[in-house]
Design a protein around this ligand. Structure first.
Ligand code: CA2
Length: 165
């Protein structure tokens, strides 16, 4: 399996470290990228690190990853709670996906408790601050190490339970 990992960040995460430090901490997204790159080297992973405020750009990166990568780490930000389009794009990927949230979404407003992305995620990390990115990368490296070359993660059972009879 490919050791290329896409780290995708959704809307407003470019403001990290510049506003609302009581929720999201003091680190900037550039700091997070630098830490991810350092850890990726240690883990033998190649990284593509992206942020966009536009849903279609995130979907295009997921499609790109689908062709080339071995995993995705995604903090979809507000799209977590709204985007069936991102869910569908991720559902077409046959590799592990880890969802990361800097804040503990479960102790925030109820609209943040629902995640479409969780339906296809191998795992979810929330409330560990930006440290969650490193934890997620370690987990992805382990899942990639363990994967048989031809094996694919099948998220279909999770989605089946959501389908109407
Ligand atoms: O906790 C997270 O990582 C979130 O994905 C962040 C999203 C939020 O909509 C999710 O519910 C949880 C918001 C990202 C906005 O980031 C900002 C950072 C600094 C200042 C303002 C916004």
């Amino acid at each position: 399996m490919s050791r290329l990992v896409y780290v995708l960040n959704g809307p407003n995460l470019n403001l990290l470290g510049k506003r609302q430090p009581h929720i999201y901490g003091h680190e900037t997204l550039a700091d997070v990228e630098a830490e991810c790159r350092e850890l990726a080297e240690e883990l033998g992973l190649e990284l593509r690190f992206h942020q966009s405020n536009a849903e279609h750009r995130i979907i295009d990166w997921i499609h790109e990853a689908r062709e080339t990568a071995g995993g995705i780490l995604i903090n979809p930000a507000a799209f977590t709670h709204t985007s069936v389009a991102i869910l569908d794009a991720l559902d077409a990927c046959g590799f592990p996906i880890i969802e990361v949230h800097i804040s503990n979404v479960h102790r925030r407003e109820s609209f943040r408790h629902r995640s479409y992305v969780s339906l296809v995620a191998s795992g979810v990390i929330a409330g560990f601050g930006t440290q969650g990115y490193g934890l997620a990368l370690r987990r992805l490296a382990k899942l990639i190490d363990e994967a048989e070359p031809a094996a694919a993660v099948d998220p279909a059972p999770a989605l089946d339970s959501m389908r109407q009879p």
